[in-house]
Design a protein around this ligand. Structure first.
Ligand code: CMP
Length: 143
């Protein structure tokens, strides 16, 4: 079953949106297989956002993502990467459709509430960066 890495960013945690965001994915029918509240060390943030190194917003991005607790999650389901990207909405909340998470709850690209893997390959990499195998559960029966 396909897995993806999703993370409520410090702005989403501080605005008490964890429950709202988890609820959306649960009600859609996706399965939560791992979750933890954590403060990201700078080295992990640099690994996670390595592809953005050198871009003008990189330093602010690393500062922001390490500035307070995040809620890191692994979700599974058919086409979960594409599906959750659709549910999150465009990266820039100004372009995100109403009804999407970013469209409903955010205004600025630097504070866009949630991160989600952009491909199954990124998902594998990001899940492995944030979670050990023994932190992920399996379900015997799929409803
Ligand atoms: P995320 O999906 O976490 O991946 C990279 C993040 O960089 C992105 O969401 C944005 O929050 C952040 N970011 C900040 N400024 C920009 C920008 N100008 N263009 C794209 N992403 C940006």
């Amino acid at each position: 079953m396909e897995k993806t890495f999703l993370m409520v960013k410090p702005d989403g945690v501080q605005r008490q949106l964890i429950g709202e965001i988890v609820g959306r994915f649960e009600r859609k029918g996706l399965q939560l297989v791992g979750a933890k509240l954590m403060t990201i060390p700078v080295e992990l943030a640099e690994q996670h956002y390595g592809e953005h190194k050198g871009k003008p917003f990189y330093d602010d991005l690393v500062n922001f993502i390490t500035s307070g607790p995040v809620f890191a999650m692994v979700w599974q389901g058919e086409n979960v990467v594409e599906l959750t990207r659709k549910m999150m909405g465009k990266t820039n909340p100004k372009d995100a459709e109403p009804g999407t998470i970013r469209g409903d709850y955010s205004m600025f690209v630097s504070k866009n509430i949630i991160h989600g893997s952009d491909s199954p390959e990124s998902a594998d990499r990001e899940v492995a960066l944030f979670f050990n195998e023994n932190e992920l559960v399996t379900y015997d029966k799929l409803i």
